[in-house]
Design a protein around this ligand. Structure first.
Ligand code: NAD
Length: 493
């Protein structure tokens, strides 16, 4: 059987953009190097798209939208194509998983299940949903009929980050395409390969040329040109809060395109002394912060443990940390892989240094690992005696670093948990039902977990309060972002 390393050696990644159904280089002929974080090896060159390419891709998307080659198809027809798209993603699943792991550094076992599996499931789910949604008739007087219908917004730009490249792309393109829009997707410059391959697969499934375009390139070039474009009707953005603010400004500066943002987080995980299953809480606290190398927007990076059980909790947690030692991402047994690039590695190491300097107590990790590979790896790191004023407790690190804080009663925990600009996820562990409900009501976050952390399903909305963003991905609610509501009044008699 061919090993993942042999498959990786044989892989020829195509870094050209995908516009109007064809692979093309940037008009400027500019390219950038794509390196693998696993070992620093060059994966190939990628088209460095800019405003000129954005103009061409948006024009292709607009033409495809206006002539109805996709928007004009019945929901059942779009469903058939999207379901085939999902089937083909699974057919090419190994190739997609390999591209994701080589490009971004995550373990191959999760690329196959979480990324390919999750993205294909998302495409299939929105495809399946679209021919089961009805419009409305308003209860108006008898001499009129008022129809409330949903229509696609038109040309949707999707700008996504590097941490779950294919999955974040799927969360945008699936509802947008199902609703009949045309899409221009800009993947992160750090991980463009799977998005480009998805566009080819969509074409093979029957998504007409021009309906789904992919432009790799840098944020300040291709990304900003999309956000400022006068003929883009809607932008679905996932990324940092810093850039999310710029996206909203650019939407306002240009054509007031609808701008939906899914941004950063600093999620609080509150473990009360009456936690019904301490081992499960430890497993979830550790597993969720170190999953995806800590590069998850909803990672529970602030762990609040009630003072009376903190020592016991930390002892159990420390016993688990070695299970997450970074390994070779192409080994099926590895659970923690490489940090996405040298810049992110430097950021993470800088936060670890600031934790030390601010007086937090380093209990595990704190160093780079596997340096002989030429890749970027960080040990799973645990700080105790963190207080809410420290930088590591306030800012999103986006790496495998857990800060342990403590609290005296649940009101104190909620106050500390809410004292952040972010509001993505939170959790509370308690056996007291009333306390669980009151605490989950008091936590200002888009998702609150009770006695678990990793609950996840395409059927539930995902998004944040406060500066974690303004939209919701996943679930039927995502259609709100990619459709306009139209009222049609009809005179009767
Ligand atoms: P980022 O904001 O640096 O980049 C995200 C995307 O925006 C990339 O494609 C980038 O090229 C582009 N971009 C950068 N500058 C731009 C500009 N001036 N104009 C237009 N586009 C621009 O974020 P990142 O480092 O790629 O991703 C990590 C961030 O994403 C974290 O903050 C994480 O929490 C967040 N995230 C949020 C969610 C969510 O659902 N809330 C999910 C995943 C990641």
């Amino acid at each position: 059987m061919t090993t993942w390393h042999e498959k990786a050696a044989a892989l020829q990644a195509d870094g050209r953009a995908f516009i109007g159904g064809e692979r093309v280089w940037a008009k400027s002929e500019q390219q950038f190097e794509n390196l693998s974080p696993i070992d620093g090896r060059k994966l190939g060159m990628v088209a460095r798209c800019d405003g000129a390419d954005v103009d061409i891709a948006v024009a292709a998307a607009r033409a495809a939208f206006d002539d109805g080659r996709w928007a004009g198809k019945s929901p059942a027809q779009r469903k058939r194509v999207l379901v085939k798209f999902a089937d083909l993603m699974q057919k090419y699943g190994q190739e997609l998983a390999l591209l994701e792991t080589l490009d971004m550094g995550k373990p191959i076992k999760y690329s196959q299940t979480v990324d390919v599996g999750g993205a294909a499931n998302c495409i299939r789910w929105y495809g399946e949903a679209i021919d089961k949604i009805y419009d409305e008739i308003a209860p108006t007087p008898a001499n009129s009929l008022a129809l409330i219908t949903r229509e696609p917004v038109g040309v949707v730009a999707a700008i996504v980050p590097w941490n779950y490249p294919m999955l974040m792309a799927a969360w945008k393109i699936a509802p947008a395409l199902a609703a009949g829009n045309s899409v221009v997707l800009k993947p992160s410059e750090k991980s463009p390969l799977t998005a480009l391959r998805l566009a080819e697969i969509a074409l093979e499934a029957g998504v007409p040329p021009g309906v789904f375009n992919v432009l790799p390139g840098f944020g300040a070039e291709a990304g900003a040109a999309l956000a400022l474009h006068m003929d883009v009707d809607c932008i679905g953005f996932t990324g940092s809060t810093r850039v999310g603010k710029q996206i909203m400004q650019m939407a306002g500066q240009s054509n007031l395109k609808r701008a939906w943002t899914e941004l950063g987080g600093k999620s609080a995980n509150i473990v009360c002394a009456d936690c019904p299953d301490l081992d499960a809480a430890v497993e979830a606290a550790i597993g969720s912060i170190f999953f995806n190398q800590g590069e998850s927007c909803n990672a529970p990076s602030r762990l609040f443990v009630e003072a009376s059980i903190k020592d016991r909790f930390i002892e159990k947690a420390l016993a688990k940390v070695p299970d997450y030692a970074p390994g070779d991402p192409l080994d099926e047994n590895t659970v923690m892989g490489a940090i996405v690039d040298a810049a992110q590695l430097k950021t993470v190491m800088g936060y670890i240094e600031s934790g030390r300097a601010d007086g937090a107590r380093l209990l595990a990790g704190g160093r780079q690992a596997r340096t002989d590979t030429g890749g970027y790896y960080v040990e799973p790191t645990l700080f105790d005696q963190v207080d809410s004023s420290m930088k590591i407790a306030r800012e999103e690190i986006f790496g495998p670093v857990l800060s342990v804080l403590s609290f005296t009663d649940v009101q104190d925990a909620v106050r500390q948990a809410n004292a952040t600009q972010y509001g993505l996820h939170a959790a509370v562990w308690t056996a007291d039902l009333s306390k669980a409900i009151q605490t989950s009501r008091a936590l200002r976050a888009g998702t609150v977990h009770v006695n678990q952390y990793d609950g996840d399903d395409i059927t539930v909305p995902f998004g944040g309060y406060k500066q974690s963003g303004n939209g919701r991905d996943k679930s039927l609610h995502a259609f709100d972002k990619y459709t306009e509501l139209k009222t049609t009044w009809i005179q009767v008699g």
